[in-house]
Design a protein around this ligand. Sequence first.
Ligand code: 0L1
Ligand code: MG
Length: 256
Amino acid sequence: MTLFNYASQVATAQATKQAIEKITVSKPDLTVEQAYEIQKISIEQTLTAANRFIGWKMGLTSVAKQQQVGVDSPIYGRLTSSMNLITNELTAAEYIHPRVEAEVAFVFKKALFGANLTPLDVWDAVESVYLALEVIDSRYQNFSFTLPDVIADNASSTKILLSAQAFSPYALDWSAVEVTLKLNGEDKLFGQGAAVLGHPIYSVIELLTMLEREGRGITPGQLVLTGGITDAIAVEAGDVIEADYGALGKLTLNVK
Ligand code: 0L1
Ligand code: MG
């Protein structure tokens, strides 16, 4: 099978909501580089005037998340406009086994490119910060994968809910932001921004370092999801999931 075939397999799994066996079962020598190529092919196939490329996500940026899925390094994925949730409703039947996690997201006003930038370089390019819920939905059976598998599956990217309010990058120390993830009114998980590689800003630096390999960077207007502050919680129809960011506000997702 070619990388194009694997990209089609992943895209079909998403479209049909039928989980597939991880790619490394049939191709155990799949490399990280090949996996990013599969990701690129499968996402670029979906791009249209109505489904634009809007930015990047970082995944597996916390020790807790890496342990949850048994891999040991951060990864990135591609975000497109159809991933944006317009309302705070999620229809469970449209996904395989959705999970939700709390994050912060940055929108950029300036281009950034290159490895090993400083936090000041990145802050200078950030326009605003949003609170975010990310819905992830692995296209693999039982959410079971190796590092190359999950990269090929676009880091399980599925949907994004952003806060209506845009915050100044300087509103607070984003490593200290605290969030409680509640399921049906019950506190389930708690996290702090520092869980994201020490500070969400380092997640962007890591993203740019990884993107340099592809000759890519961040362009003005792009969104970056910096990575889960909490682990992800599995949701099903009837659930209400709420991320409580204290004085900054709350994000709620009603699962139908
Ligand atoms: O956003 C994330 O950290 C998820 C990355 C992929 C791993 C997973 O599906 O849990
Ligand atoms: Mg995430």
